[in-house]
Design a protein around this ligand. Sequence first.
Ligand code: AMP
Ligand code: ZN
Length: 114
Amino acid sequence: MSDCLFCKIASGEIKGNIVFEDEHLVAFRDINPQAPMHVLIVPRRHIASLNELDSSDDALVGEMVRRAAAIAKQEGHAEIGYRTVFNCNAGAGQTVFHIHLHVLGGRRFGWPPG
Ligand code: AMP
Ligand code: ZN
């Protein structure tokens, strides 16, 4: 999508602090981190929200979740614990309408979330 921030980061048009990329996914550090580790994992393909997913995206979403675990492990948070979040639509706080999995670690997280 031409006017999407995360499409532009995924394509390299806008610079991100990238921690991982492959054919399907790009992971980069959140510009306004909410924890010592705060990484966003996005698909290269534009998908506006979780509501747009269908069964053909199952493998892609699986890759996103497994990549979150791999990044958390790589950054030393796997054993103590980390938080993964998909916000869907404005009521849940989604501000960028290209799906992204937040991966946060390095502090304690409360439950329920705010
Ligand atoms: P959400 O509120 O779930 O849509 O999350 C969007 C996230 O994108 C927020 O945590 C922002 O801090 C983050 N963000 C916005 N612009 C950028 C950017 N240019 N690079 C990295 N992260 C960004
Ligand atoms: Zn996009």
